[in-house]
Design a protein around this ligand. Structure first.
Ligand SMILES: Cc1cc2nc3c(=O)[nH]c(=O)nc-3n(C[C@H](O)[C@H](O)[C@H](O)COP(=O)(O)OP(=O)(O)OC[C@H]3O[C@@H](n4cnc5c(N)ncnc54)[C@H](O)[C@@H]3O)c2cc1C
Length: 346
């Protein structure tokens, strides 16, 4: 019989579980119900007691807590996950594919004699030869090929892509936590702080409903024969501030920075959407000044409603890649949109 462990971790506060962790809890509850299997949830946090309040009362809750788990650190996180596994002894382990767990879980699976699959987007239970088998789905080749996998080897670790399940919403009652006592490994790594590339402001917002994509057209010569990059920057940032949208970019636009050309200062390669960029999940997407070529659009795989503004009536978007295309100059369109959004503000 299968038994399930969901591994979760706290955010920077040390006492609240991350959204991807709560999404893994939803997946664990659904899988446990379908298999009629026992469910344990493991917490790695400074203050697991507070973090556990977000969890369901129907699961057994184990925790590794204290200061050593305040920071993501390979040695302490790997030891904590292995300790939680030993205490629960499950056949299936679900965990969020956060940078914290993606870094440690492959080796934890190896240490425990298990196997791991990553980038899981859904879980199903199918009857195969009279027994319930767990089937997991993931995408390969930049989201072009979807595969369904099953394994008989146990323990089987599964890293779940964020955004593929609803976050578990607590009803207020959670089970008491069982603290796992063990000595954290000695570590030579001390985290002294964070350094991130200068971006002026955070523009990548995975939880946003809308993805706003800027293409290279924003930096090209416009009908008056001039470029208008500072104006483009103001329009884009104005739109992002008013809507809370996440900012994506075409490769051509972010590549310009590397060539020393005039470029929008808040864009880095982390904003790039596409075959060699990211494949984010948002309910809607608005592409501006972008041609809509296949290597870019493949990154829109998980954007449900796609719209584009381009001057080119023959661009890739108009050839069936967007739901709605506005053949128009994005400068006045976004300026008008920003004015309407501003007017709507209370
Ligand atoms: C192996 C490989 C991998 C790649 N991976 C990626 C990837 O991951 N992501 C990616 O994005 N690309 C990728 N590319 C590049 C991709 O093929 C395109 O070259 C790129 O997406 C084009 O970017 P763009 O549309 O912003 O620029 P352009 O092709 O220069 O298009 C600019 C568009 O802006 C429009 N425009 C100009 N001014 C205005 C205005 N005022 N209003 C409205 N529209 C205007 C123009 O009409 C034009 O359509 C890859 C290519 C290869 C070969």
């Amino acid at each position: 019989m299968e038994s399930i462990l969901v591994l979760t971790h706290a955010d920077e506060s040390g006492s609240a579980l991350t959204k991807p962790s709560l999404e893994a809890v939803t997946a664990g509850l659904e899988l446990a119900a379908r298999l009629a299997a026992p469910l344990t949830i493991g917490i790695v946090a400074v203050d697991a007691q507070t973090a556990s309040k977000a969890l369901p009362s129907t699961a057994r809750i184990l925790a590794v807590s204290g200061e050593p788990y305040a920071q993501p650190r390979y040695a302490t996180d790997a030891a904590a996950c292995a300790a939680l596994w030993r205490a629960a002894n499950p056949t299936i382990v679900l965990a969020p594919a956060s940078s914290r767990f993606t870094r440690v879980l492959p080796s934890v699976a190896h240490r425990l004699g298990g196997l791991i699959d990553t980038h899981i987007s859904s879980l199903q239970v199918e009857a195969i030869s009279g027994t319930d088998a767990i089937e997991v789905t993931r995408w390969f080749y930049r989201q072009r090929v979807e595969a369904v996998l099953t394994r008989t080897a146990r323990p089987w670790f599964l890293l779940l892509d964020p955004g593929t399940n609803a976050a578990f919403a607590s009803t207020g009652a959670s089970a008491p936590i069982e603290e796992i006592q063990f000595d954290p490994p000695t570590t030579k790594t001390t985290v002294t702080g964070f350094r991130a590339p200068e971006q002026g402001q955070q523009t990548i917002r995975p939880d946003a409903k809308l993805l706003f994509v800027a293409g290279a057209g924003w930096t090209k010569k416009q009908p008056d024969g001039q470029t208008h990059v500072p104006e483009a920057a103001d329009l884009i940032l104005g739109f992002l501030t008013a809507t809370g949208a996440s900012l994506g970019s075409s490769k051509s636009l972010v590549d310009q920075g590397g060539e020393g050309n005039s470029v929008l200062p808040f864009l880095t390669h982390l904003n790039q959407i596409g075959q060699t960029g990211a494949t984010p999940r948002h309910a809607k997407g608005l592409s501006t000044c972008c041609h809509g070529e296949e290597p870019h659009v493949v990154g829109w795989r998980f954007i449900a409603d796609r719209r584009a503004i381009s001057l080119d009536p023959n661009c890739g978007w108009t050839r069936g890649k967007a739901d709605v295309v506005y053949v128009a100059d994005a400068f006045p369109v976004i300026a008008k949109l920003n004015a309407l959004l501003q007017a709507q503000k209370p």
